[in-house]
Write a protein of this length. Structure first.
Lengths: 115, 111
């Protein structure tokens, strides 16, 4: 069964550093998403991406965040200057049709620890 | 998106049917009911969705009341691997909008 692949599985970074989280969505999917989950809390929507541009973003997705689909297969989330409160699991997801007939497929996540 | 209400937790014996309720009394006519689950520390997993007809797939069945104000997810023969947090989400189908996850129901399958 096709999978959404996320790398790395765990990243530790110092406060103020930039991090890039990487995702390879399922190849025929057209919609891409990033979510995060702070330990013990709800899964929170960050951003959606379609047709090479951001479609929707939440209040969490401020100027320190950016997304990119650099080469037609990877989908990245960049955090420019990490803060302690950015520590969370970050999940990438993709969808073939925006959930018309099929739901999202989520990756297994990247655990980001900011120290 | 309409708000949903789910019990915080439920137990079910292994091999029995697990019935997870969800209330969505403010659902609009163009909103679908989606169910996802999250097994500990993993990414959420899509289960099923529907508008007003009952739906069944290889994972589960979804029963939506006639007035669409509530629904029930049924796992017909629960196994220990079905222990997870189950999320009922209501939203308009299609498009790139994100999902709004609530706290869900923590389903514990007992051996």
């Amino acid at each position: 069964e096709p999978e959404v692949t996320q790398t790395p599985s765990h990243q530790v970074t110092q406060m103020g550093q930039e991090v890039i989280l990487r995702c390879v969505p399922i190849s025929n999917h057209l919609y891409f998403y990033w979510y995060r989950q702070i330990l013990g809390q709800k899964v929170e929507f960050l951003v959606s991406f379609y047709n090479n541009e951001i479609s929707e973003k939440s209040e969490i997705f401020d100027d320190q965040f950016s997304v990119e689909r650099p080469d037609g297969s990877n989908f990245t989330l960049k955090i420019r200057s990490t803060k302690l409160e950015d520590s969370a699991m970050y999940f990438c997801a993709s969808s073939v049709d925006g959930q018309v007939n099929y739901g999202y497929t989520f990756g297994s996540g990247t655990r980001l620890t900011v120290v | 998106d309409a708000k949903t209400t789910q019990p915080t937790s439920m137990d079910c014996a292994e091999g029995r049917a697990a019935n997870l309720p969800c209330n969505h009394s403010t659902i609009s006519g163009n909103e679908y009911v989606y169910w996802y689950r999250q097994i500990h520390s993993q990414g959420p997993q899509y289960i099923i969705h529907g508008l007003k007809n009952n739906e069944t797939n290889e994972m589960a069945s979804l029963i939506i009341t006639e007035d669409r104000k509530s629904s029930t997810l049924i796992l017909p023969h629960a196994t220990l691997r079905d222990t997870a947090v189950y999320y009922c989400i209501v939203r308009v189908v299609g498009g790139a909008d994100g999902l709004t996850f609530g706290k869900g129901t923590h389903l514990i399958i007992q051996p």
